[in-house]
Design a protein around this ligand. Structure first.
Ligand SMILES: Cc1cc2nc3c(=O)[nH]c(=O)nc-3n(C[C@H](O)[C@H](O)[C@H](O)COP(=O)(O)O)c2cc1C
Length: 207
């Protein structure tokens, strides 16, 4: 089972050599860290978008960054469905409850779909959500770095909502929506909520 599963993933995604390698030192680490931090600090959830197409290539570039995330056993057991079709994107954006008031004007909406098939044990039933969250983090930071704005959208675990989305976009039996991400170019001069972040000292503890 293990080999069959890993084998299929490796065949799909690894073009290069399959052998451990010596990881080189990161060059110009200080400058690179500063760049990462400035993107992270700049990112805000943006909900109002220009009526402007989102370049698919940029979203895919951001998804590639998301895919660098660690995942349990490197299984990466999820897929990302990005909907920019003018009719479908509105219908999908209206299903989750957290888009009230802004669902109609989202240029592209990404649905992050976890696939339980990657984890055969019940004990790993949360793994798709952890892996998906790590992917999403890199994805939204990369979107920001590419000049796009985004807003993560909660997926409500409600039977009727699951039925609705399943019918609209087609989901396999083992697939679950993890979250959605609204993507677009934010309207100019809009006011975004000032969401304060906790101080690191209130979160981090050492022993
Ligand atoms: C998993 C997740 C679900 C979210 N769901 C919604 C949502 O349904 N509607 C919404 O307007 N914002 C949603 N957000 C955005 C949060 O409200 C936002 O990230 C938070 O207020 C912090 O603001 P910031 O992203 O600007 O830092 C969600 C964010 C995350 C990470």
């Amino acid at each position: 089972m293990w080999e069959a599963f890993c084998g299929s993933i490796i065949r799909d995604s690894c073009a290069g050599e399959l052998a451990p390698f010596r990881q080189p030192q990161l060059e110009c680490a200080t400058a690179k860290f500063a760049g990462l931090k400035s993107i992270a600090v700049h990112r805000r959830s943006v909900r109002w978008f220009q009526d402007r197409d989102v370049p698919r290539a940029l979203v895919e570039e951001a998804a590639a960054v998301g895919l660098t995330a660690p995942s349990a056993c490197n299984r990466q057991s999820f897929r990302l469905l990005i909907i920019d079709d003018p009719e479908l994107r509105k219908r999908v954006a209206k299903i989750p409850m957290g888009t009230a008031g802004f669902a109609d004007q989202i240029p592209a909406i990404a649905v992050l779909i976890g696939q339980h098939r990657g984890y055969e044990h019940e004990r790993d039933r949360h793994a798709i959500y952890v892996d998906g969250g790590l992917f999403a983090s890199g994805f939204v930071l990369a979107l920001e770095g590419l000049g796009l704005n985004s807003c993560c959208i909660n997926w409500p675990e409600i039977r009727v909502k699951n039925r609705q989305i399943r019918k609209l976009i087609g989901l396999d039996e083992d697939e679950r929506v993890i979250m959605l991400v609204a993507i677009g170019y934010g309207t100019e001069n809009q006011l975004v909520p000032r969401s304060h972040k906790r101080h690191v000292k209130t979160v981090v503890e050492w022993r």
